[in-house]
Design a protein around this ligand. Structure first.
Ligand SMILES: Nc1ncnc2c1ncn2[C@@H]1O[C@H](COP(=O)(O)OP(=O)(O)OP(=O)(O)O)[C@@H](O)[C@H]1O
Ligand SMILES: [Mg+2]
Length: 475
């Protein structure tokens, strides 16, 4: 079981002890290296990889304790097991206080030793796993993850490569679903800060009252519910990058505080008096029209200029030409694997349908469309029938789009919405009530009832005059 672990390093000036430790460990298939002195051990540790060290407390030359202190300073993650001569609690405490992972008092049973070693092996594996996970997270932010070959996207990827290694602040603009988060991630992943933390905050998702404390932290008792002191996310991001998503949704007072923070990296926790300072790189994004937000007085112009050192504008998907196909194939491949489907291509007709759509939800919409198509598709090729009826959706979207509300009540708004929706479907079906009812999945009778309630003309064009109620059946 220990085959994948690097060796254990045994440090003991007694030859017999070295040998017996080696035998016990080798029998359990651990790899073992032995040395006589702490000096030798330090030299070897600098050159080779070990998953733990077992050392006697008493050594000729540098003592086991001194060795422990030195190795702790240089390799803080390397566990050291100390072997002490007598089982006195005092020595044990000393060993642990000096930073030993564990201690064994002579004489000890082989099981005790093996138990301690197994624990260190497990710890090593966990640390390793963690490091791999971290590496993989960074992996997801590679540039190749941003699919697109149209001139605008090529230019954008080029700009990412140029700007990422600098300390420049970046403002990322673009409609919803165009890939702003992906760009922010790539900017961090390709920067010199990529090994440090990457903190993301969605300013629209956190209630306004909590956002300041999330960002800058708070002192104990700063407000009701602040039971203990909490450091801000900017502290977590120290040395790394902070990504403020949906920045246009930040309140004006907090914008002022952010502005101050951007001047020199100083801030105060909510309810705090002490001035703190961090070194973070700031990336920000919004899908709102920031110029309009400034004009409306919702966003500070001075903050905009501070953030806008480099600006990325993500083009809407409808302006990316053939990238629609490229992205569709990319999502087909990724979802194909996770859904375990062998639909591998997109038929010509389906491709045509994808290319002619307006994509109001951009890449996110395309991603969802392909995922859905893969689930529905029964052949090896995506057919147009597995794609949504874009025309219908576009019309619905128009109807559904939230409009500014006067002083209407909820009931009035719902009635208006229902009226518009029904009218739109009626239009599509040339005012045929039966077809409209079918599409709305209600009975014809129910449709007529609703139309009457909404003051819609039920004797619509294209519809035969309403027959006797009996004709429809008591559905
Ligand atoms: N060029 C691209 N290549 C591959 N996947 C992409 C690309 N652009 C966007 N995506 C994917 O589309 C989805 C939406 O992207 P993202 O979350 O970055 O959008 P956004 O611009 O932040 O949208 P919003 O403004 O709504 O937050 C994500 O799943 C993302 O991985
Ligand atoms: Mg986003």
């Amino acid at each position: 079981m220990s085959a994948r672990l690097p060796p254990v390093l045994v440090v003991d000036d007694e030859k017999n002890m070295r040998l017996s430790l080696k035998t016990v460990l080798t029998d359990e298939r651990y790899l073992v290296r032995t040395v006589e002195s702490a000096e030798e051990a330090l030299e070897l540790l600098a050159r080779e990889d070990f998953f733990m060290v077992i050392t006697d407390a008493r050594l000729g030359g540098m003592s086991g304790y001194e060795f422990l202190a030195k190795s702790r300073a240089q390799w803080p993650d390397l566990p050291v097991l100390m072997i002490t001569a007598y089982a006195t609690p005092k020595l044990a405490v000393e060993a642990i206080q000096a930073g030993a992972m564990d201690y064994l008092a002579k004489p000890f049973a082989p099981e005790e030793l093996l138990h301690a070693v197994a624990r260190c092996g497990e710890r090593y594996r966990l640390l390793q796993e963690n490091a791999n996970l971290r590496a993989r997270t960074i992996e997801t932010y590679r540039l190749e993850q941003i699919v697109g070959e149209c001139p605008k996207m090529r230019e954008l990827k080029q700009l990412i490569q140029t700007v990422a290694p600098t300390a420049a602040r970046v403002l990322i603009l673009g409609e919803s679903g165009t890939g702003k988060e992906l760009v922010a991630g790539a900017l961090h992943g390709l920067s010199q800060r990529s090994q440090a933390s990457y903190v993301r905050i969605n300013c629209a998702a956190i209630p306004e009252t909590l956002l300041e404390s999330e960002l800058f932290g708070h002192e104990k008792g700063a407000f009701t519910g602040a039971l203990k002191q909490k450091p801000g996310r900017v502290e977590e991001a120290d040395g790394g990058t902070i990504f403020l998503d949906e920045i246009a949704d930040m309140s004006r007072p907090l914008q002022a505080k952010l502005l101050r923070f951007l001047e020199d990296g100083t801030f105060r926790r909510v309810g705090g008096t002490q001035e703190l300072k961090v070194n973070v790189r700031l990336l920000a994004a919004t899908n709102r029209d920031i110029v309009e937000a400034i004009r409306d007085g919702q966003f500070r112009e001075d903050l905009f200029h501070r953030l806008n050192v480099v600006q990325f504008r993500l083009p809407p998907l409808r302006d990316r030409g053939e990238d629609v196909s490229l992205l569709a194939e990319y999502f087909l491949k990724t979802f194909g694997v996770s859904l375990n489907k062998n639909t591998r291509t997109i038929s010509r007709a389906a491709r045509q349908k994808l290319l002619s759509h307006h994509w109001p939800g951009n890449v996110r919409e395309l991603r969802n469309v392909i995922e859905r198509a893969l689930i529905l598709e029964t052949t090896t090729e995506i057919q147009p029938g597995s794609l949504p009826d874009f025309q219908l959706e576009a019309r619905l979207q128009k109807t559904v789009a939230p409009r500014p509300v006067g002083n209407e009540s909820l009931d009035e708004m719902m009635a208006n919405f229902e009226r518009e929706l029904i009218t739109s479907i009626l239009e599509q079906n040339h005012f045929n009530l039966t077809k409209t009812a079918e599409q709305l999945k209600i009975s014809r009778h129910a449709l007529r009832y609703r139309m009457q309630r909404l003051n819609l003309n039920t004797e619509a064009e294209g519809e035969e005059p309403p027959g006797p109620e009996g004709r429809e059946g008591p559905a």
